[in-house]
Design a protein around this ligand. Structure first.
Ligand code: AMP
Length: 190
C-alpha cells in the first residue's frame, strides 16, 4: 500500500489521538497533530506557545493564519512527503479547509481521505472530564465542543461533497474502533 494521507476528524474526546498512535504503528505515516504541536510550543515557551497558551486554556481557537502557517510548513517536510500523514486537529475552520485544499492541489490529492470518528456529544463530555488534562476544565470543554459544532462540523459536509469522507463509529473499545478504521482504510485504498 502507498503512503497513506488521512485527515482524522471527530470531536475532541472521540479517541482520535489514541487511534492515530495505532494507525502510525500499522501504516507508518507521520502523525501531524496541531494540538500536540501547540502543547509542545507552550511547554518550550516559544513565541508561538506564549501566544497560544491563553487561547488553549479558554478552549478558543488559535488564529487561522498562525495555524495554516504551521501546517503548511509541516506537511512540506521530507518525512511527511515520504511516509504520508495523519492530520489530526486540522482543519477546524472554513479558512483552514480552504488552505488545506490549496496544499493538496499543489501536492496532489490522490488517495487523500477524511475519516470522521463519530462519538456523540454526551459521551465525549464524560470522557474528557474523566481524562483530566490541564486544559480540560468543564467550561473549556463546553467551549471547545460548541466551537466544534458551529465551526468544524460543517466541514464534514465539505469533505462529503467532495466524496472524501468515511464515517467510523467511535463507540466501543479501542480495538473495536481500530478494526473499523482499518477496514474502512483498506476499503478505500484498494
Ligand atoms: P486538540 O488537542 O486538537 O483538542 O487542540 C487543543 C487546543 O489547541 C484547541 O482547543 C485549540 O485551542 C488549539 N488548536 C489545535 N488545533 C487547532 C486548529 N487547527 N485551529 C485552531 N486552534 C487549534
Amino acid at each position: 500500500m502507498a503512503a497513506i494521507r488521512l485527515i482524522i476528524l471527530g470531536r475532541q474526546g472521540s479517541g482520535k489521538g489514541t487511534q492515530c498512535v495505532r494507525l502510525v504503528e500499522a501504516y507508518g505515516p507521520v502523525h501531524v497533530s496541531t494540538g500536540d504541536m501547540l502543547r509542545s510550543a507552550v511547554a518550550e515557551g516559544t513565541e508561538l506557545g506564549l501566544r497560544a497558551s491563553a487561547l488553549m486554556d479558554a478552549g478558543d481557537l488559535v488564529p487561522d493564519d498562525v495555524m495554516i502557517g504551521i501546517v503548511v510548513d509541516r506537511l512540506a517536510k521530507s518525512d511527511v512527503v515520504e511516509h504520508g500523514f495523519l492530520l489530526d486537529g486540522f482543519p477546524r475552520t472554513p479558512a483552514q479547509a480552504e488552505a488545506l485544499e490549496e496544499i493538496l492541489s499543489d501536492t496532489g490529492a490522490d488517495g487523500v481521505r477524511a475519516f470522521n470518528i463519530e462519538v456523540p456529544v454526551d459521551e465525549v463530555m464524560e470522557r474528557m472530564l474523566a481524562r483530566g488534562r490541564g486544559d480540560d476544565t468543564e467550561e473549556a470543554i463546553r467551549r471547545r465542543l460548541d466551537l466544534y459544532e458551529s465551526t468544524t462540523a460543517p466541514l464534514l459536509a465539505w469533505f462529503e461533497e467532495h466524496g472524501l469522507l468515511s464515517v467510523v463509529d467511535g463507540l466501543g473499545t479501542e480495538d473495536e474502533v481500530f478494526d473499523r478504521l482499518r477496514t474502512a482504510i483498506e476499503a478505500v485504498s484498494e
